[in-house]
Design a binder for this molecule. Sequence first.
Ligand SMILES: [Fe+2]
Length: 286
Amino acid sequence: MQPYGLGFRYPHYQYIKEHLPDVGWFEFITENLMEPGGRPREVLDSIHRDYPVVLHGVSLSIGSTDPLNQTYLSRLKDLVDEVEPEWISDHLCWATVNAHNSHGLLPMPLTKTVVDHLVDRIQQVQDYLKRPLTFENLSNYLEFADSDMDEADFINEIMQRSGASLLLDINNVYVSSMNLKRDPVEFLDKMQASHIRQIHLAGHEDCGSYLFDTHGAPVCHEVWDLFRVACQKLGSIPFMIERDDNVPEFDELMVELNQARAIHDEAINEQKTQTDGLRSVSVGAV
Ligand SMILES: [Fe+2]
């Protein structure tokens, strides 16, 4: 599977089927596919005949203190057993409380107690689905006074203990870092490459006193720079462009995807040249 992917959006369906563009894989939104049969599942099956697919959900609410939603999990299991996606992701967040769904991706305090809670619930879901899960880092706007871990340590410990992996959203890293006045490169430095399954690249809106994660704009140059740093540090990890609002023509997304490919390939080649150089120096020393 080639590392370069795109978030599938329905307006692009006909174009994709007619042109079979050079895209390594497509990410589908899980909740659009939970009902068996129907047009969304037909479209998924049709794309899946030509491309690998991955599923990306927003409703697992893994951080909630509500019991896990068995109806949702049962439908998810039927879906993944039928589709056999390359991997399944959701978000490191909570959305429900007392069975009320906020439809938000809400943050949690960064503490050992929350790590324990998340690891326990992730393992329950993985055991039920009989496959590992991938979780995305959030865009943050505020910090909890109760937090006593930094976000990179929090995520690394969850992945280490649960066996899940990280969907590293580089735009979310940038948005959080600017909003909370921290160094995004330091955050990337602390992330363990072996835990990362996928990368998201997206756009945001500058609201003056804060950045707002909208997925409604092209990737900005600061996020491209961070993506380059991520590729240099972490190596080759599947990456994709994520656009939910102001969805452009397919060609426009391909321009962004090709920009990502160029940055990725250059960083990986630089890394390889450095490794080869080190190897020849050590052989010479022997
Ligand atoms: Fe994302």
